[in-house]
Design a protein around this ligand. Sequence first.
Ligand code: URA
Length: 198
Amino acid sequence: MADIEAKWAEFENMCRNCRECGLRDGAANVVIYRGAKEAPLMIVGEAPGAEEDAAGKPFVGRSGRLLQSLIDAYGFDGSDYHICNICKCRPPENRRPEPSEIAACKRNLAMQFMLVRPKVILLCGSTAYEGFFGTKPVMKDVRGKFIEKNGYLIMTTYHPAFALRNPANKMPIYEDMGKVRAKLEELGLIEKNKGINA
Ligand code: URA
């Protein structure tokens, strides 16, 4: 346990001291994660927005509240998931991170995967997909399907901001979260019906 805590401290220091791209200069905080340090499910977004930058936690703004409502709807608790982003620092004006910024943050993300040791990864949106797989996705083709890579089962879904733009877009994200929950149950990584009222 002490060893894990030491590794986490080292990792968080590495992220906070990172100057591999210019984003840190304009960011108030380095946004590393929320949820459990080690978890069967890792949820990965794009980059912090204004509220995340101010709070130092990912997905705490409008998109985050929507994401959290879906997480809660499937009965997950904080020990089941780890939430983070492809980029740890807020891009100015909430623009998408540039490929060079995504590449610069890869070292941090790689270490995060090693520490969290998830089995299932939910990528939220095309930037998260691109950050993970290195190619641009056609979202309607890749979403909702598990892909196995490096021992992980990876599901891509739409970014919650997409559902904020049009509430009808919430349904596919809801369905994908349901598939993630079912997969974790199938793998014995979450108790059947835990957190779900019968
Ligand atoms: N959008 C993201 O992709 N990540 C956050 O943390 C917040 C909004």
